[in-house]
Design a binder for this molecule. Structure first.
Ligand SMILES: Cc1cc2nc3c(=O)[nH]c(=O)nc-3n(C[C@H](O)[C@H](O)[C@H](O)COP(=O)(O)OP(=O)(O)OC[C@H]3O[C@@H](n4cnc5c(N)ncnc54)[C@H](O)[C@@H]3O)c2cc1C
Ligand SMILES: *[C@@H]1O[C@H](CO)[C@@H](O)[C@H](O)[C@H]1NC(C)=O
Ligand SMILES: *[C@@H]1O[C@H](CO)[C@@H](O)[C@H](O)[C@H]1NC(C)=O
Ligand SMILES: *[C@@H]1O[C@H](CO)[C@@H](O)[C@H](O)[C@H]1NC(C)=O
Length: 816
């Protein structure tokens, strides 16, 4: 049944993926603005509702397909976006949509903006005279049906909900198939209930005849299996006396043998019954696998399951989120500039200020932050950022652990939870820390979150929904406490929208959080029995739940280990660089021996360089202080024309150009960006060497080759794009190992290049790979041509053969 939602609402992540992939491609090419204009049309659109509101948006194009022959009854609001009453009514209608979200298979909400020129005809067709008008369309409506008007409808959620129930009760045949019976039950029906119904639980709600709770709870549970809910009126004396019911309303669980128990809830009200019943053992959402905690501890997931306490927050999740956010999500942007750069600065600044991390991590965040805030240029390269992130200058006690270790954000399957869960947790923690620190800017954390989600969060539909919410109500946040509560309530809206969605981990159902179990005081009821959050209690719960005292450091990688790993990585990078430099030098020597050098100073320069290298090796520490300036220099280098690349080029290729430059400046550059997956520069060096040897005499040829390589698909972008393919959350998580593998692969290839340079040390694998690399131009092209020719011949032969056969057969048929 949940498929209906997926079809109509453009909220499914699967729809989003399609949109997203090409878009991020544009992003990578740094056409950021254009992209976001394309991406966020709905928020700019007129109309009072967006795709985030769980209301079917009707238009001339879809009105017929939605209303005619629908399996659910549909309530339609006809409104005009300029009408004041409609604007005032829209928040109520949105709340109603959230409130009866679980009823969707039986009754749905829709809306159409009659002020839109294109919809005018539709609205006159339904003879709409005033706004807002609500109409009820029965299930399986005919094309000519104009619906039943709700005359003088109530303007509150509760009243509307009751109105809808009354409409459903008088719904004639054909009855909406997903809608359970709403009438009250009797002793006779109960007696034979388990013979005719194959369910585990029967919940009986005893109530007065004018109460709606029984019917509401019945509808709230219509998407759940293994449970049936029936209302019993207080005058149904047999049952009332049999169960000894004294309180109305009250809820009892009734079992086949005639046993029964009262359902224990904090308040005898709809929300409490619903929540408790949805959580009974064996009760599952239709179409979802039964809850099963046993497989969690077995080998079903890729990693061993880490047991955790759901009422705690885990630093391992927060650090994993930082790792993923800074090393994976940000990496899709090669150049960060303009608005995006501002968003990044804000994000890092908030992290440096409020992240309750351990000292090593805080040192790192602070060093990135001070570096970033000192960047006066309008643009930085991700590479430069990454250098700071990986502490390339080897500042002591400074590191962000690499890799992810999800704990509280583990999912029962690899594609559930993890990073998005971490993002929520991180920002909840930050809003709470900001409140405790007592900053002056109430929106500081939330606007940095908004910027992060808008510009970097890979799940584009999520970003769109979040932006819709921010536009709608972020302005209302005026204090640090309301900031904490705002994020909590918007997160709950997302939970409401996603409950039952494909992305929901069956072991971690999306609930309105915190549940009555973990925070009973957070939930109260109004006089009319409606659920109400006690905001004061919620606030104090959030302040304690996301406080640093409640953060556990279980499963964290040891600090000394993290630092040792970083040092080892740094050292291996140095060695790799060393080797690479040697390749380069050999190349130049080869070139020099083939073509007489135009001027002499090449040799002394090389010697100088060698000294330089040795010096660098010994004085790594000296460079620590230089780190920032060096990186700044790296940024400066970008876009500087180099002797090797006089052709027009994108700025984003500046790094590669700099690498190509065979001078000391170029060398220093690379040293600073040791951690880049430097396939590009390798490929360039490599091809260059080959080209030089092959075409030493022909300068023209050499140049064309060079240019061709520059047009080749660039691995770094390729990497970014693959990440983007995982933009829907499902993919996002799965990409991680891929990325790592890919990185390893790239590094391997880089190594192969070094082997090529030092031919004496050529291993088999190295030879193989370098051969693959060398052989590309001539042999492969001729092979390609031959294969192409052969396959066309083959096709031709097949064509002729079948044609002949066909003719023969036709001839046969023609014969008598
Ligand atoms: C900004 C943003 C927008 C998103 N939009 C979408 C979307 O449109 N579509 C989509 O499919 N997915 C979306 N996601 C992902 C989705 O919200 C979940 O993060 C993801 O499905 C993983 O769910 P989860 O079960 O781990 O719980 P999450 O919702 O990620 O929650 C993580 C943890 O936070 C706690 N928590 C739960 N609710 C609250 C609350 N109200 N306040 C404070 N703490 C809470 C709980 O301990 C919970 O385990 C979005 C994520 C983010 C960060
Ligand atoms: C309406 O839907 C039912 C079942 O979903 C189908 O059998 C019937 O042919 C449909 N009628 C029209 C007019 O589309
Ligand atoms: C888990 O995997 C290990 C080795 O991979 C195996 O020895 C063990 O039996 C598996 N456990 C279960 C419960 O499948
Ligand atoms: C989980 O943490 C809460 C709060 O600290 C604590 O009261 C509870 O006992 C813990 N549960 C387990 C199983 O450790």
């Amino acid at each position: 049944m949940a498929w209906r939602g997926g079809r109509i609402y453009a909220t499914s992540r699967f729809n989003g993926d399609i949109l997203t992939y090409p878009c991020k491609k544009i992003l990578a090419a740094s056409v950021v603005c254009l992209c976001f204009c394309l991406l966020f049309p709905s928020s700019a659109e007129a109309g009072l509702y967006t795709a985030s509101d769980q209301i079917v948006l009707l238009s001339r194009e879809n009105v017929e397909s939605v209303l005619v022959n629908s399996t659910a009854a549909i309530v339609v609001e006809f409104y005009a976006s300029w009408c004041g009453h409609c604007i005032a009514f829209s928040p109520v209608y949105k709340s109603l949509a959230r409130d009866i979200k679980e009823w969707k298979p039986a009754v749905e909400l829709a809306a159409i903006d009659c002020a839109a020129e294109a919809n005018r005809k539709v609205c006159t067709g339904f003879s709409i005279r005033g706004y807002p008008t609500l109409k009820f369309f029965h299930a399986y409506s005919k094309a000519e049906s104009t619906g039943e008007s709700f005359k003088g409808f109530p303007r509150d959620v509760r009243g509307l909900r009751h109105k809808i129930i009354e409409q459903l009760e008088t719904h004639g045949e054909p009855w909406p198939p997903a809608c359970p019976p709403l009438e009250s039950t009797s002793q006779a029906e109960i007696n034979s209930f388990f013979e005719t119904n194959n369910v585990q639980h029967l919940a009986l709600i005893f109530e007065e005849s004018k109460s709606f709770i029984g019917r509401e709870v019945t509808l709230d549970l219509l998407q759940f299996e293994n449970i049936a809910v029936r209302r019993v009126l207080s005058n149904e004396e047999d049952l009332v006396t049999k169960l000894g019911v004294t309180e109305f309303p009250s809820c009892y669980l009734y079992y086949p043998g005639g046993n029964f128990t009262q359902l224990k809830v904090a308040n005898e009200a709809r929300t409490f019954y619903t929540f408790a019943l949805q959580r009974l053992p064996g009760v599952v959402r239709s179409g979802k696998p039964p809850l099963d905690n046993t497989h969690l501890v077995t080998n079903n997931t890729e990693e061993p399951w880490r047991p955790f306490n759901r009422s705690r927050v885990y630093m391992a999740d927060l650090e994993s989120t930082l790792h993923y956010s800074l090393r994976v999500e940000l990496a899709s942007q090669t150049q960060i500039k303009g608005e995006v750069l501002i968003a990044l600065k804000k994000y890092i600044s908030v992290l440096a200020k409020y992240f309750p991390g351990r000292p090593v991590v805080m040192n790192l965040l602070q060093s990135i932050n001070s570096w970033l805030q000192n960047q006066t240029a309008n643009e930085i390269s991700y590479v430069a950022f990454k250098e700071k992130l990986d502490n390339s200058s080897q500042a002591p006690d400074t590191a962000l652990p690499e890799g992810v270790r999800w704990v509280g954000c583990q999912g029962s399957k690899p594609h559930f939870r993890r990073y998005p869960c971490g993002v929520w947790t991180l920002f909840h923690v930050l809003t709470v820390q900001a409140k405790k620190a007592g900053g002056s800017d109430a929106k500081e954390v939330l606007s940095s979150m908004r910027g992060y989600i808008h510009h970097f969060f890979g799940c584009r539909p999520c970003a769109e929904h979040f932006e819709n919410m921010a536009q709608e109500s972020l302005a209302e946040v005026t204090t640090l406490s309301t900031a904490v509560l705002w994020l909590w309530s918007r997160h709950n809206r997302v939970n409401n929208r996603l409950a039952g969605d494909l992305s929901e981990d069956p072991n971690f159902p999306k609930i309105q959080w915190p549940s009555p179990e973990i925070c009973p005081a957070c939930h109260t009821v109004k006089d009319n029995g409606e659920h109400r959050w006690n905001h004061e209690q919620v606030l104090s719960f959030l302040l304690s739940h996301f406080s640093s005292n409640n953060i556990l450091s279980d499963y964290l990688e040891d600090e000394s280990q993290v630092l040792a790993k970083q040092r080892a990585k740094h050292a291996s990078m140095q060695i790799a660089l060393e080797a690479q430099r040697r390749v380069e030098r050999k190349t130049r020597e080869a070139l020099d021996s083939l073509t007489p050098p135009p001027s002499q100073p090449t040799v002394p320069e090389e010697e100088e360089e060698e000294e330089e290298e040795e010096e660098e090796e010994e004085t790594v520490t000296d460079e620590e202080e230089e780190g920032a300036e060096g990186a700044a220099a790296a940024v400066e280098m970008v876009g500087k024309p180099t002797p090797w690349a006089k052709t027009e080029m994108e700025v984003s290729r500046g790094r590669r150009q700099a690498n190509r430059k065979p001078s000391i400046v170029g060398m220093r550059m690379r040293n600073l960006q040791e951690d880049i997956v430097d396939l590009d520069s390798f490929v360039n060096q490599h091809y260059k060497a080959k080209a030089l040897r092959v075409a030493a005499s022909s300068r023209v040829k050499q140049r064309t080759l060079q240019r061709k390589e520059e047009q080749d698909p660039r691995p770094l972008f390729g990497l970014g794009m693959e990440l983007d393919a995982g933009l829907g959350m499902v993919g996002l998580q799965r990409m991680e190992p891929d990325v790592r593998q890919q990185r390893k692969r790239l590094q391997k290839r880089e190594l192969a290049g070094q082997y090529f340079g030092e031919e004496a040390e050529l291993s088999h694998r190295g030879r193989w790979m370098s051969m693959l690399n060398i052989g590309f131009s001539r042999v492969d092209i001729s092979l390609c041509v031959i294969l192409y020719f052969l396959s066309s011949m083959c096709l031709l032969a097949m064509y002729l053969f079948f044609k002949n056969r066909l003719r023969l057969r036709r001839a046969k048929v023609a014969l008598p």
